[in-house]
Design a binder for this molecule. Structure first.
Ligand code: 4GP
Length: 836
């Protein structure tokens, strides 16, 4: 009899030839795929071929779930969450799908038995890096939680041909390489050209009367682009649900080329094809000056229009009238990038479905909800009116009409307050005119939220204050979360095993159960096991660091980690100034007793953000000196791990002792890395910012290293006229002088001048003001790490109390408060079932 791959009871569902979970079926299919899909045999097969053969084995076993899910939703016309996001930073699929299918360990064994290195095959997957960082990774955690909670949902976004750039460090500087993630093909996606739609761009509008003599408006575009959906199944953990991530690829519509071909303009036609394809060519890095980038607005409109048209198609199949659009769909706007959806849904309802304005507006508002992800004013999207008019002439008319009606409402509530009206208008009229996308998103949504308690409060008090005063009940908070499947079960199997052996494995879908670890913090044996797991993860990471940077690090030193996008508000420079301070102390007194530390940095800087790139150069330069200085005797090491992405994150979070969350208070909307660290037992050194506040509340002030000014203190200091030079004395002064002198730049006193002068004269993020407090908190960290037993206790409690930060909790709140979307359990169907 064939050996079953999986022993767990929940897999009693029907299986056929291609879904069987026995080792024999699996190994047979693996070689079948190598032969029949990849056209290879072992002598010629590359590691990537083997990875793909494995991926297809797994995909076959997902398709049954995918089809069963689609069949159930179609039959029941289920209420569906449509998550609109310009970014989905998915990370590699294979490992996660194995975990969620519940066959990870068994497949590893089966692969190993074939004489292949399972981990190497996993590493072969080019990760889909279709996002910049926080907001894109959040979208990925959310769609995984939606599937695990069995909520019908669709993720809508863009299938960028090139995702976030690949970062290399050359001579200490960041350099960018294009991310050719599709180079070897993508086994996880299925194109659906039969569901392609056309997206219009440019041109003009004209009024006309239809056959019933009704006033209508026709949009005559000057360009058409075909949007082709590529679908990826998103599996829930140990459920039969497999939802869909639908990403749009831009292509030239064939019918459109024809006209040009007929005129004999072959090259013109080809160029048109190229320019259409440009729309989904590349992900824009954030922090880049995007205002006025026509291609970016086109991208946003492209995926939003395609998605909404797709939703109308679904309504039609399910025979649901368009007037019930908002009953079928709850659409979430992930930041303002998809905010044009408000105008596009209005257009589709009014122009294409002849729904009267009032009713269309009611449907639109009930459909959308908007999440804000940043308070940084430079990130609030505004589009110059002329550009908008050129690209989306019909939408501009609709926005004007929405605005006129909206401002009437404001006028009635706040009679005579013309300043308020100017502030709230969808059009910024101070100087050059702009469309304010955040305002469009607010006006067109029934719910508006921030991503951590502090952030949601600041939205109400500051950035969106006028809107809050008008519609207080629309505002709410949804503190972010991350999926424990990827960020614990997959990335930290040792910890998962240890935890499950004590409290069972229900915590994987109910993270609050980690609380049951609390009593074990008092158990010396458990603490030792906990430290052993951490040490093993640190050894793994040390091997990665050596391979990628050539730097040897000591797994017994304190791993002090800051990984995230490089940005002044996140203050990697505060961290490196502290490193220099420690180094300076060691040099002044080589025998000083310090806790050996390894400082690990990782993160990308937007290619056009010069100061951020200079911060990377400073980190690598300090590392070059410190790591080689014999006086240091390996007690300090600085590593900049190139190309921080999901794959690398999975190896870093489990290995961290200390998590650096040091943004200026009031600037980090939430943070999600902070949650991944804490779950995996790292302690946080952090400011009262974003979700740090809630993490500290959960884990207890005694298990968190707090420092720095609070948001009101930051405001007060700035209001009183902050002068960073006032803080430039003592150790900070020596540190700054050392950098300024060229000590870390081979005598080049100019290299870091822009960074240092910026700090000394402006310091908009209050690095100097917080330095002393940070440095003291770091001394507490060093002292605490000396008492390993106590550290282990704190580490266990961090993990045990991180339950709130599961994205399952966040998604439940969105479902209950905003989406009103119930779970739909899926019964697995066989091919026979679907035939009938
Ligand atoms: C990020 C925020 O900076 C981060 O604090 C938050 O945790 C994350 O969104 C998810 O909500 N913002 C972005 C962005 O990624 O592009 O604005």
């Amino acid at each position: 009899m064939a050996t079953p791959l999986v022993a767990v009871e929940h897999r009693t569902e029907p299986q056929d030839e291609r879904t069987a979970l026995t080792k024999e079926a699996f190994q047979r299919d693996f070689f079948n795929n190598l032969f029949y899909i990849l056209g290879k045999f072992p002598t010629l097969a590359t590691k990537n071929d083997y990875y793909q053969a494995l991926a297809f084995v797994v995909r076959d076993r997902m398709l049954q779930r995918w089809i069963s899910t689609a069949a159930a939703y179609t039959k029941q016309g289920s209420r569906t969450v449509a998550y609109f996001s310009a970014e989905f930073l998915m990370g590699p699929h294979l490992g996660n799908n194995l975990v969620n299918l519940g066959i990870h360990d068994e497949v590893r064994k089966a692969v190993t038995e074939l004489g292949l290195d399972f981990n190497e095959l996993l590493l072969e997957e080019d990760e889909p890096g279709l996002g910049n960082g926080g907001l894109g990774r959040l979208a990925a955690c959310f769609i995984e939680s939606l599937a695990t909670l069995q909520i019908p949902s669709l993720g809508y976004g863009i299938r960028y041909e090139f995702g976030i750039f690949h970062q290399e460090i050359v001579d200490g500087w960041q350099t960018e390489r294009t991310d050719k993630w599709l180079r070897f093909g993508n086994p996880w996606e299925i194109p659906r050209p039969e569901w392609a739609v056309h997206v219009k761009l440019g041109g003009y509008t004209e009024p006309y009367r239809d056959e019933f003599y009704r006033h209508r408006v026709r949009w005559v575009p000057d360009r058409l682009v075909a949007a082709v959906p590529y679908d990826t199944p998103i599996l829930g953990y140990h459920t039969n649900t497999a939802n869909t991530l639908r990403l749009w690829k831009a292509e030239a519509p064939e019918s459109f080329d024809f006209a040009v071909f007929n005129r004999g303009d072959y090259y013109g036609a080809v160029m048109q094809k190229v320019s259409s394809e440009n729309l989904s060519k590349v992900l824009y890095p954030n922090d880049e000056q995007l205002q006025g980038k026509e291609l970016r607005l086109s991208q946003q409109y492209f995926f939003v229009s395609a998605s909404l048209q797709d939703m109308f198609r679904i309504l039609k199949i399910q025979k649901i009238p368009v007037e019930r659009f908002h009953e079928k769909f709850a659409a979430q706007l992930n930041d303002t990038h998809p905010a044009i959806a408000v105008a596009e849904l209005m257009r589709l309802l009014i122009d294409e479905n002849v729904v009267p304005w009032e009713q269309a507006w009611d449907i639109t508002r009930r459909t959308f909800a908007y999440t804000n992800h940043t308070l940084l004013p430079e990130a609030l999207e505004c589009w110059p009116l002329p550009l908008f008019a050129k690209l989306l002439p019909r939408h501009l008319e609709i926005i004007f009409e929405i605005n006129a009606r909206f401002l009437d409402e404001v006028r009635i509530r706040f009679y005579g307050d013309e300043e308020r009206i100017a502030r709230m208008s969808l059009i910024d009229e101070r100087g050059e005119r702009y469309v304010r996308m955040a305002h469009l998103a607010c006006v067109g949504s029934h719910a508006i939220n921030g991503v951590a308690e502090l952030h949601s409060e600041l939205l109400k008090q500051d950035v969106l204050r006028d809107f809050y005063e008008l519609w207080p009940t629309r505002f709410g908070n949804k503190t972010n979360g991350v999926t424990p499947r990827r960020w614990m079960a997959l990335s930290n199997p040792r910890l998962t095993k240890l935890v499950s052996s004590h409290i069972g494995d229900e915590w994987i879908t109910d993270l609050s159960q980690l609380r049951r670890l609390e009593p074990l913090a008092e158990d010396a044996g458990f603490r030792q096991q906990w430290l052993d797991v951490k040490r093993a993860c640190k050894c793994d990471f040390a091997a990665v660091a050596l391979k990628k940077t050539g730097i040897t690090i000591d797994p017994d030193s304190l791993f002090d980690v800051q990984v995230k996008r490089i940005h002044e508000y996140k203050r990697q420079h505060l961290n490196i100034l502290h490193v220099v301070a420690l180094y300076h102390r060691l040099r002044s007194n080589p025998n000083v007793d310090i806790t050996p530390r390894t400082f690990i940095f990782g993160g990308k800087a937007a290619p056009g953000y010069h100061i951020a790139k200079l911060i990377i150069k400073l980190i690598t330069s300090v590392g070059d000196v410190v790591n080689r200085d014999p006086a240091v005797r390996d007690r300090l090491k600085v590593v900049f791990l190139p190309n921080f992405n999901v794959k690398n994150g999975q190896r870093i979070y489990p290995a961290a002792d200390l998590s650096e969350q040091v943004s200026t208070a009031g600037k980090e909307a939430s943070g999600t890395g902070n949650m991944k660290f804490s779950m995996n037992g790292a302690l946080t050194i952090g400011t009262m910012d974003g979700a740090n506040i809630e993490i500290r509340e959960e884990v207890g002030a005694e298990n968190f290293f707090l420092f720095g000014l609070t948001t009101p203190e930051v405001g007060a200091l700035k209001a009183s006229g902050y002068n960073p030079a006032n803080y430039l004395d003592g150790e900070l002064k020596e540190v700054v002088e050392l950098i300024r002198s060229g000590f870390f730049s081979r005598g080049d006193a100019e290299l870091f001048r822009p960074l240092i002068d910026g700090l000394v004269h402006h310091d908009p993020y209050l690095v100097f003001a917080d330095f002393d407090s940070y440095s003291k908190a770091q001394q507490q960290v060093s002292a605490a790490y000396q008492d390993r037993d106590h550290w282990a206790r704190m580490s266990i409690l961090n993990s045990a109390r991180s339950g709130k930060f599961s994205s399952d909790r966040t998604i439940r709140e969105y479902c209950d408060d905003i989406w009103k979307a119930p779970a739909v359990p899926i019964r697995l169907l066989t091919q026979e079932d679907v035939k009938v």
